[in-house]
Design a binder for this molecule. Sequence first.
Ligand code: KIV
Ligand code: NA
Length: 274
Amino acid sequence: KKKFTIADFQKYKNEGKKFSYVTAYDYTTASIVDESDCEVILVGDSLAMIMLGRDTTVGVTLDDMIHHIKPVVLGAPNTFVVGDMPFGSYNASIEQAINSCSRILMETNCDCIKLEGGVDYAPTINALVKAGIPVMGHIGLTPQTATSLGGFKVQGGTPESARQLIEDAKAIEEAGAFSIVLECVPTVVGKALAEEIKIPILGIGAGKYVDCQVLVTQDLLNMYGDFKPKFVKHFANIRQEMVNGLNKFHEETVNGTFPSEEYSFNKEVKISKL
Ligand code: KIV
Ligand code: NA
């Protein structure tokens, strides 16, 4: 597998070729994605929910993100790795954003950072890009500010809010971001953005006309549990496979068939009585 590059994002869009983008938060999962055909990995702040069991993404820190991005970079040498900026690490000022993003890049060696926000964050994105930091934007349903958006629901559902999303995307593109995650919008809105914006639109719950599909790995493999947003399709049932495997281990432990000689060190040793 040849590692995807920032130039490839644009090249694929220009050539009308789609690519795929999934999450990982640990070494093992990263190495599995690396072995797959998926081109891009996000170490998302969704780790707050998926890995840490919290009910929002707000609350993970820059140090938490760095802790998880490092092993993903090590596990996926042939995959483009995106480091997600957690809430509060880039919102206070441009200086704070440059410092936080620099730490992520320097301490983890990931390939770019992602941050949430539209027009309001264009000056921040522009300063980051000028400082040499590759930036992926994120608009639509932005989980870090979901409370202000009225909860986890579809965005861009009115002509005004759809127009605002296009304004947001244009501002981010002009600021120098190389791609934009678009989350949870009607298919027609995804299509409009993919057509009006030159940089790739990476859709999660944004319909089929965007340039790339994004999903959380633990969602698409059905590992996480009961919660399933409408846009998540289960492509495998890994949770059930894992439960089955654990139950077999339990059963063979209880009935004594594990470990057999095959899994034991069978060297004879004379042991004298005490
Ligand atoms: O943190 C995350 O997983 C994300 C995706 C939903 C795009 O930001
Ligand atoms: Na995120």
